[in-house]
Design a protein around this ligand. Sequence first.
Ligand code: PGA
Length: 251
Amino acid sequence: MTIRRQRVEWVVAADRSHLHELAANVILDVLRNTERPVFGFATGGTPLGLYEQLVRRSLENPRLLTRWQDVTGFNLDEYVGLSPEHPQSYHHYMWRYVYRYLPVRPDRMFIPKGIGNLEDNCRSYDESLMKYGWPDVQILGIGKNGHIGFNEPARRLAMNTHVTRLSESTRLANARFFPSARDVPEQAITMGMAGILRAKQIVLLAFGEAKRDALIRAFSGWLGTDVPASLLQLHPHVTVFTDQDIFGDLS
Ligand code: PGA
């Protein structure tokens, strides 16, 4: 079922692999039809099926595969304190699940650096965004608390790339990727709200009961920094791919 509610398009289906396929269609269309595509990548459990589709369908089609040579990638975030080689770092994630299969240019695949001088890393990340352009498509997940990237609920939200303290809810949710909850870093570097909202198009994936409440709060018609994803309602081109039918719960 596809419906348009206010400015947001909702693609709702029970089958997650079907949703991944439909989301992959959006990315692959831009890959085919844009001279120098810029993609904003998310990490976490939700987009793995989408990446599997992108890789498989690119490998099956030599012309599509070569298009990846012209891609610039920007990731949303990285844990502070984890080196790029660390198995739980988002650098490692991207190379493990996506980049190693595709003919991408490593110097064009930007991921915030969680080690070294963090202030410098934030600044140079924003400079790269300005130089290569904000994403043609930004892939997003959503946290149970309504975060996007690691822009956590707060009294104020930052525009630019910044260091942030992870909420307990986020650390608990991500503990499944670490030996124990104690090992989840307390801080991260994340693209700010401006970086996300300047993307031309946003593809938001949200699966399972656990994300239901966050979706309802994000798309209720109200805006608040206590639900960072609610600012997506201001964006002109958001598509939500979800297995949750929440329309009865929206005001
Ligand atoms: P998840 O994370 O895909 O692992 O649920 C999403 C998010 O926190 O943005």
